[in-house]
Design a binder for this molecule. Structure first.
Ligand SMILES: [Zn+2]
Length: 421
């Protein structure tokens, strides 16, 4: 199975917005932007909400049927490992194999030495087309990279083979993710990681490295954008070259696990992708839930009251709700409005504070982002509220994906003869 050139990972915590999400891709396609939707949901999300991978499959298939979508689409087992992959095997056809936990765990000295020997032809340097100069490993660096990544590559191999055994060849897309770790991978590291994955027989279509800078959930990038662009370019060049060098799919692309809404990176990413003729998988998953809150607030009346009630329940549970996401949010707790204050807000004000546009409240937005478990605990009451205000919410969901993500990132890339300046 080959992953299409441009794809986008979208999440939907409560599984009610599949059609609204897909309608953004339908509209994009009508405008010449051919983007493949990938519905992704992690084991953690399923557990926190009480859904299963089969639910995500039903939602995606239903949306595709209802809208008559003729393009490809996938359901992603997001960030799975050997311990969590089983329930995803049937319903999913895209597997994001997460090996971050194995980075830094070291293989035996003999294995490291053997890997370094197999890679010895690169000791004097790797000339990667597009990169200025040669990537030259320092003395002992190949061994050091192997010490950091060889076991992670082996683990990816185990998960990949489990999926292969269950689904058969050509029945799924594989991604390898290493983004949920502390240190960004260097171009040289990525080169040898791809070598190690190839040795394991992992036919990855896309790889998600960790990039420099902070990718907090649901808010923009924090870091040096120019440096990101330079590094992204280097990594794209290395991935393309290493794929050919080690016999992985030639269109191996990078996946940007954005944590949603890295708006300031879209133009730099588009420039690199255009210049290198590369593909891209952008994951901008989690904010559909925020669009539900925005829609409830915009609906006013009982919808607004429901959004406020949700906040009032979440506010005292701050520590519990933030804990699973502590490394990917920066919330100034003291700056959050107390529920008694928020209770007096009009719908437009609450929607404007949460919506990722001029004048939004980054603390409130991030807190709502992690507060979805409260809605999960409400269960049917929350889902019924979504149904009652479906029209307003669907509009917010569609506009968010189309106007804030697809168009800024892909319009120049997909316009006929359109380069990106
Ligand atoms: Zn990720």
């Amino acid at each position: 199975m080959n992953l299409e050139k441009y794809s986008m990972g979208i999440g939907d915590r409560f599984g009610r917005q599949g059609r609204a999400q897909l309608s953004a891709f339908v509209e994009a396609r009508a405008g010449g932007m051919d983007i493949t939707p990938v519905w992704n949901k992690s084991f953690r999300e399923h557990r926190l909400i009480g859904t299963s991978p089969a639910d995500a499959r039903i939602e995606a298939d239903d949306a595709v049927r209802a809208l008559g979508w003729k393009g490809s689409y996938y359901v992603d087992a997001d960030h799975v490992g050997l311990a969590t992959v089983e329930s995803f095997l049937g319903p999913c056809d895209f597997f994001t194999i997460d090996v971050a936990d194995f980075i830094g765990k070291t293989a035996s000295a003999e294995d490291l030495a053997a890997f370094a020997r197999r890679m010895s032809r690169y000791r004097d340097g790797v000339a990667v087309p597009g990169l200025a100069g040669v990537l030259r490993p320092k003395s002992g660096e190949i061994e050091a990279i192997a010490a950091r990544y060889l076991l992670a590559a082996r683990e990816a191999g185990k998960v990949y083979r489990r999926v292969l055994e269950s689904k058969g060849a050509d029945a799924f897309i594989a991604e390898v993710s290493m983004d949920e770790t502390d240190t960004p991978q260097t171009p040289l590291e990525l080169f040898f990681i791809i070598a190690a994955l190839a040795e394991e027989g992992v036919r990855a279509s896309t790889i998600a490295p960790k990039f420099p800078g902070r990718f907090n959930k649901g808010v923009d990038y924090v870091g040096d954008v120019a440096r990101f662009e330079e590094e992204f370019d280097r990594l794209v060049c290395v991935a393309t070259f290493a794929a050919a060098e080690f016999g992985l799919p030639r269109d191996l692309k990078l996946s940007v696990h954005s944590g949603s809404d890295k708006f300031s990176l879209y133009a730099p990413i588009a420039r690199v992708i255009a210049r290198r003729g590369a593909g891209l998988h952008l994951k901008t998953a989690g904010t559909t839930w925020l669009e539900e809150i925005i829609g409830l607030a915009e609906a006013g009346g009982e919808g607004l009251a429901f959004a406020k009630e949700l906040y009032a329940q979440a506010y005292p549970r701050f520590d519990e709700l933030v804990a699973p996401y502590a490394t990917v949010v920066d919330i100034d707790r003291a700056a959050l409005p107390p529920p008694s204050e928020l209770a007096g807000w009009e719908g437009k004000r609450l929607a404007g504070a949460v919506r990722h546009a001029a004048g939004f409240d980054r603390n409130l937005r991030q807190f709502f982002h992690v507060a979805f478990k409260v809605a999960g605990d409400m269960g049917k009451r929350y889902l019924d509220a979504l149904d009652r205000h479906e029209d307003v919410i669907a509009g917010e969901v569609r506009t968010n994906i189309l106007e804030r993500h697809i168009k800024p990132l892909f319009s120049a890339l997909t316009s006929p003869g359109g380069g990106v300046k």
